[in-house]
Design a protein around this ligand. Structure first.
Ligand SMILES: [Zn+2]
Length: 147
């Protein structure tokens, strides 16, 4: 299991440097993979060590550029686990890819859209708000309009 510190670390690096891409192969449903590529070998090694998942590749050398190292999570089970862990703290710019990946992994129902702030979040089937503040805001608005 990952604690909150590890989840925060993984999310922060994936937010800044990660990519979510889709392997099409021959299948009907593409498999999402999550990768981080960096010239900093230490960081890539740490991603692998703290997460306990994925693969390390590199160095990839292109011309006179610094060698690139890469951490890639391929397996559907690992991508699912990672996405569910980091999604709540990822920014909106990642949402489209996360939802696309969730669709492929058949975990789309775990992600909902808050009716107040539009953020995606994970919640119970009957839940409509991402957080308590949004829930409160919604009931305050209702109170105002009914006055
Ligand atoms: Zn909200």
């Amino acid at each position: 299991m990952w604690d909150q510190l590890i989840i925060g670390y993984l999310a922060g690096i994936i937010e800044g440097e990660g990519t979510i891409t889709f392997n099409k192969w021959n299948r009907q449903t593409p498999s999402p993979k999550i990768a981080v590529a960096m010239t900093d070998k230490d960081t890539i090694q740490r991603l692998y060590d703290v997460s306990g998942i994925g693969n390390l590749t590199g160095p990839f050398i292109r011309g006179n550029y610094q060698p690139i190292y890469k951490w890639t999570v391929y397996s559907n089970a690992d991508v699912t686990r990672l996405l569910l862990a980091i999604a709540p703290i990822m920014s909106e710019r990642r949402r489209e890819k996360i939802l696309e990946a969730a669709e492929c992994l058949k975990i789309r129902s775990a992600f909902k859209k808050c009716v107040v702030c539009d953020r995606s979040y994970q919640g119970q089937p009957n839940q409509m708000y991402c957080s308590k503040p949004c829930h409160n805001k919604s009931s305050n608005d209702k109170r105002k309009t009914s006055r």
